[in-house]
Design a protein around this ligand. Structure first.
Ligand code: PEP
Length: 251
């Protein structure tokens, strides 16, 4: 039985006071989703503040990115072990905004996935197709190639140490959500790809959906057989919305 997981990606939003207010409202509201694993990924500068505010709660801490390197002359980079030391348990890898705006390719994403594993972080591998790729009916191929790059680097046992988030690029931050049937089809495809390598890993792998998830559509998406929770952007900045999405995962 896979435990549902809901992760909030705050992207480049936040301020000390706003973070504290958000968490003050969110933590008690999460009582209704005690069976769901939950995490938030604030921007780097707020990780220490948020770690302190989360102390003693079940809400976990994650980061939005990491360096492929462990240490050294890499100005502006943050390593996996630094994130671990700050209390992170999760780290997003290959978010579509990293891929499209910062030129991260499949090879770099695979290196980052491996670096996260080395520091005992759980990498959340984000995969997904653009609108043109969906219209070109190559969604399954695109997603398979993105996962294959990581498999080549860390193998199926390494991949088993992470989580996969399917996020169609056309649905991220656009208000346009993939239909439950579209989501289930891609999630089932991902699980079948993994099953070719190791059926036990495939059965245990948590595959999240991300892309304009809201309180109003979360229940139907999370009810799909192969959907194990969500990666939530915009709606994670509102305590009531994020709590309602987590509660939908509980049902
Ligand atoms: C995301 O940032 O991964 C995301 C899914 O954003 P949104 O929920 O705003 O579409």
């Amino acid at each position: 039985m896979r435990r549902k997981l809901v992760i909030g990606n705050w992207k480049m939003h936040g301020k000390h006071q706003a973070n504290a207010q958000l968490l003050e409202a969110l933590l008690p509201a999460l009582a209704e989703s005690a069976g769901v694993e939950t995490a938030v990924c604030p921007p780097y500068p707020y990780l220490a503040q948020v770690a302190e505010l989360l102390a003693g709660s079940t809400l976990k801490l994650g980061a939005q990115n990491l360096s492929r390197f462990d240490q050294g002359a890499h100005t502006g980079e943050v390593s996996a072990h630094m994130l671990r030391e700050l209390g992170c348990q999760y780290v997003l890898v290959g978010h579509s905004e990293r891929r499209s705006l910062y030129g991260e390719d499949d090879r770099l994403v695979a290196e980052k996935f491996a670096a996260a594993l080395c520091a005992d972080l759980v990498p959340v591998l984000c995969v997904g197709e653009s609108l043109a790729q969906r219209r070109g009916e190559i969604t399954e191929r695109v997603v398979a190639e993105q996962i294959q790059a990581v498999l080549q680097r860390v193998g199926i046992n390494g991949l088993a140490g992470g989580v996969i988030a399917y996020e169609p690029v056309w649905a991220i931050g656009t208000g346009e959500t993939a239909t439950p049937a579209q989501v289930q089809a891609v999630h089932r495809h991902i699980r079948s790809l993994l099953a070719e390598q190791d059926p036990a890993v495939a059965a245990a792998m948590r595959i999240l959906y991300g892309g304009s998830v809201k309180a109003a559509n979360a229940g139907e998406l999370f009810a799909q057989t192969d959907v194990d929770g969500g990666l939530i952007g915009g709606a994670s900045l509102d305590a009531a919305s994020f709590a309602a999405i987590c509660a939908a995962a509980q049902r």
